[in-house]
Ligand binder design. Structure first.
Ligand code: ACO
Length: 336
């Protein structure tokens, strides 16, 4: 994989998946830590100290993942100056689909009025956006597709046991989307676009973070269950490993990064990962305070925030990474 990528980087013209547009959506209902104090035995102080989270957005009754995904997709198309007819691939990272089937991606496809191309979901929980982006990138690099909507969308509020204080304070709902377009680059790391992706998983960790239901086991949706300490223990080494892989594959280092946009699960995991790789605090985009952990939506939501406020600019080098249930974990290095 690495030697193939290096061949691409030295062999002249090369297709790159360039980010052409970005959009996001957060449900209107904002829930603060003070609101949660009224529901479970917790305090604002405990939540802020352990996670950095102060607020999260929760989808309204009847507001589904495909609706959030559609709002984000439309915003990304507008931002790109494109129509649904310009897109030939929709890949949605989600672990909270409206239905067991059809996929969220095909619902988005119908909602935006796209009747051609292909649409499917990718299920890698909190790593869903990185896995979806890597998948779309490979479709574009192969030449089979030209423009992809890559979406991370979740309604984790529907999976939570609202009586379990150890999990219900951590998560929120939302969606983010990017439009990737196949463009010709020079085959160097100066090219705009996705420069490298690195995906990992290890199913032996299932019991540390899972949902205790599903169509083929209980016939119910189930609730999220997590051994928080165990997840924390693995998270930093796993995400820093795949970031190190990305640096090695491209001959870059933490110093070359303009922005580090991690999965927004927990402020302490983010800071410890950045510290381990010597990434300056000023380069980290953090939205966990206002969004909570929105699983697959967290990275595109953070990217959209930092693009909208002018931090991330075209030509800059951006590292994204995530780790989630499975375990799954991954990174992507993108020249914006
Ligand atoms: N409010 C008040 N007290 C609480 C709460 C709460 N919401 N939740 C737990 N506690 C209590 C516990 O009951 C425990 O009390 P005890 O000592 O009397 O038994 C005490 O706080 C400490 O609990 P721990 O679970 O040991 O707390 P820890 O310091 O590990 O923090 C946390 C918990 C925040 C979940 C931490 O382990 C963590 O961040 N883990 C990573 C979780 C994560 O990020 N998951 C998502 C990544 S993957 C993905 O995104 C799907």
């Amino acid at each position: 994989m690495r030697s193939k990528r290096n061949r691409h980087l030295t062999s002249g013209k090369h297709i790159r998946s360039v980010v052409r547009g970005i959009g996001s959506y957060l449900p209107a209902n904002k829930v603060s830590n003070a609101d949660l104090e009224k529901m479970v035995d917790t305090t604002d102080d405990w939540i802020v100290q352990r996670t950095g989270i102060r607020n999260r957005h929760i989808a309204a009754e009847g507001e589904t993942t495909s609706m959030l995904a559609t709002y984000a997709a439309r915003a990304a198309l507008d931002n790109a100056g494109l129509n649904a007819s310009d897109i030939d691939l929709v890949v949605v990272g989600t672990a909270t689909p409206d239905y067991t089937f059809p996929s969220v991606a095909t619902q988005v496809q119908a909602s935006i009025g796209m009747t051609h191309g292909a649409a499917f979901d990718v299920q890698a929980v909190c790593s869903g956006f990185v896995f979806a982006l890597a998948t779309a990138d490979k479709f574009l690099l192969s030449g089979s597709h030209k423009r992809a909507l890559v979406i991370g969308a979740e309604t984790f509020s529907r999976l939570l046991d609202w009586k379990d204080r150890t999990t219900c304070v951590l998560f929120g709902d939302g969606a983010g989307a990017v439009v990737l377009e196949a463009q010709e680059g020079q085959g160097t790391i100066r090219d705009r676009g996705v420069l490298t992706t690195h995906l990992r998983s290890d199913g032996r960790h299932r019991e540390k973070l899972y949902v205790d239901g599903g169509p083929s086991s209980t016939g119910t949706v189930g609730h999220l269950r997590m051994s928080g300490r165990e997840v924390f223990r693995h998270a930093v080494s796993m995400v820093t490993d795949v970031m190190t892989d990305a640096f090695a594959a491209t001959g870059t280092s933490a110093e070359d990064l303009d922005w580090f946009v991690p999965h927004q699960a927990n402020r302490r995991i983010i800071d410890a990962s950045a510290e381990k790789l010597h990434i300056a605090p000023s380069k980290i985009v953090v939205t966990v305070e206002d969004h909570g952990n929105t699983s697959a939506a967290s990275i595109p939501l953070a990217l959209a925030t930092a693009v909208a406020d002018g931090r991330i600019k075209p030509g800059q080098l951006v590292m994204i990474e995530a780790m989630g249930g499975g375990f799954t974990w991954g990174s992507a290095l993108i020249r914006w």
